[in-house]
Design a protein around this ligand. Structure first.
Ligand code: BTN
Length: 243
């Protein structure tokens, strides 16, 4: 296994992409104390201060068609949530598809980026940001973000979470690759789904549609019900949802 540690890096996702472009090594992982250009989804900036968080990325190359890559973010979210529970006892919830929240404040973000040909995946970079020991957040994030320390009241050893995450990810990722879908982890994922049986607003551009989330299907799409009981599937990445 190739692990690269950095005191400072632009972004661990960018770093793993650079490395994987040269040579893909299974399990290659980058972890940094601080990121200067931490990236979130939708081109957003990801605040990554020194020492208090886990900023890490790794690459996998599943022998599956490219359209299945988005399911890996759900696999990852479940593995992170389980690791946090084991190490800290804290119950987190997953906001579909892959944000992890505690009391509706975000504690983990996941950014997956893929390089693929028509029918094969070259590699998928999975980046995970976990707010671990921050004592506070800048005013503009205060209502939206939390840390394991703020939520649980005790400082957490970051390496314990990384180690536990590795164990869970290996387990769930193997099941996912064998099945080629999320059938083997769907039940566990749904138990943690914050949106389950709750109203969600599906946001697409300027439109805002109210539905009730009922779970996920084995491809990781969100299943929602309208007022007449009709069930629709929402694909990850296509729209965003709000509670
Ligand atoms: C999001 O919720 O928008 C995703 C945030 C992902 C942040 C992590 S931190 C480690 C890795 N490197 C990055 O630049 N981003 C991801």
């Amino acid at each position: 296994r190739k692990i690269s540690y950095f005191d400072v890096i632009d972004s661990t996702n960018s770093e793993i992409k650079r490395q994987a472009e040269k040579e893909f090594i299974p399990g290659m992982l980058a972890i940094a104390e601080k990121q200067t250009l931490g990236r979130g989804r939708k081109e957003r900036h990801w605040e990554s201060p020194a020492k208090t968080g886990i900023w890490m990325s790794f690459a996998v190359k599943p022998d599956l068609p490219p359209y299945k890559a988005s399911m890996i973010t759900l696999v990852t979210a479940l593995a992170v949530a389980k690791a946090i529970k084991d190490v800290t006892g804290l119950n987190t919830e997953i906001k579909w598809p892959n944000d992890i929240v505690i009391g509706s404040r975000k504690v983990v973000g996941i950014l997956t980026e893929m390089s693929a040909e028509m029918t094969t995946i070259n590699y998928v970079v999975i980046g995970i940001g976990i707010n671990v020991n921050m004592e506070s957040f800048p005013a503009e994030l205060e209502d939206k973000a939390t840390s394991l320390y703020i939520a649980g009241g005790t400082k957490v050893r970051r390496s314990s979470i990384v180690a536990k995450f590795g164990k869970y990810f290996e387990k769930y990722y193997e099941i996912f690759c064998k099945d080629g879908n999320l059938s083997g982890i769907k039940d566990e994922y749904e138990k943690l789904l914050v949106n389950r049986n709750k109203e969600v607003y599906i946001i697409e551009g300027d439109s805002r549609i109210k539905r009730v989330a009922i779970g996920i299907d084995t491809d990781g799409e969100l299943l929602v019900k309208d007022d007449n009981g009709n069930i629709e599937k929402i694909m990850a990445g296509e729209v965003s949802i709000r509670g």
